[in-house]
Ligand binder design. Structure first.
Ligand SMILES: [Zn+2]
Length: 58
């Protein structure tokens, strides 16, 4: 069990899942904004967009 937990902690930074208040999963998208590629977090379900996945938790 401890082995599984530490493994999850290591990969958690990259594969961490976020969920919107509507229950939909947050996906990271690359969006062009003013000629720059930007990471945007978008809810799969309600398509609400935030700058960061953590912004959905407010
Ligand atoms: Zn949502």
């Amino acid at each position: 069990m401890a082995e599984v937990l530490s493994k999850n902690a290591r990969v958690g930074i990259v594969t961490q899942k976020f969920f919107c208040t509507c229950g939909g999963e947050i996906k990271m998208k690359l969006v062009f904004n003013k000629g720059k590629l930007r990471n945007t977090a978008e809810c799969e379900k309600c398509h609400k967009q935030e700058r960061k996945p953590s912004d959905f938790k407010a």
